[in-house]
Design a protein around this ligand. Structure first.
Ligand SMILES: [Zn+2]
Length: 75
C-alpha cells in the first residue's frame, strides 16, 4: 500500500534578485529575420525597432518580449 502525505505550504513567486528583466523584439514583416539585441533598457529596443523601420518603411510591426528569471519560495 502506498501512502502520500500532502501538506499545504504557501509560496510566492518574484523576480530573482540577481536577475533583471530583458526586452527584445523581432520584425514580423514577411521573411525578415531582423531582431533587436536583447537589452535591459526597453527604450534601446524601441529605438532599434524605429531605426529598422527607418531603413525599411514597410517593416513596421514587431513582436516584443519581456523576459525575467523568477524564483518560487515558501512564504
Ligand atoms: Zn524587418
Amino acid at each position: 500500500m502506498t501512502r502520500t502525505v500532502l501538506r499545504y505550504v504557501a509560496h510566492r513567486i518574484r523576480r530573482h534578485p540577481e536577475s533583471e528583466a530583458v526586452a527584445s523584439a523581432r520584425c514580423l514583416h514577411g521573411e525578415c529575420q531582423w531582431g533587436a539585441p536583447p537589452s535591459a533598457d526597453v527604450g534601446a529596443v524601441d529605438i532599434a525597432c524605429m531605426a529598422h523601420t527607418g531603413r525599411h518603411p514597410d517593416h513596421d510591426t514587431f513582436a516584443r518580449s519581456f523576459t525575467d528569471v523568477a524564483i518560487v519560495e515558501p512564504v
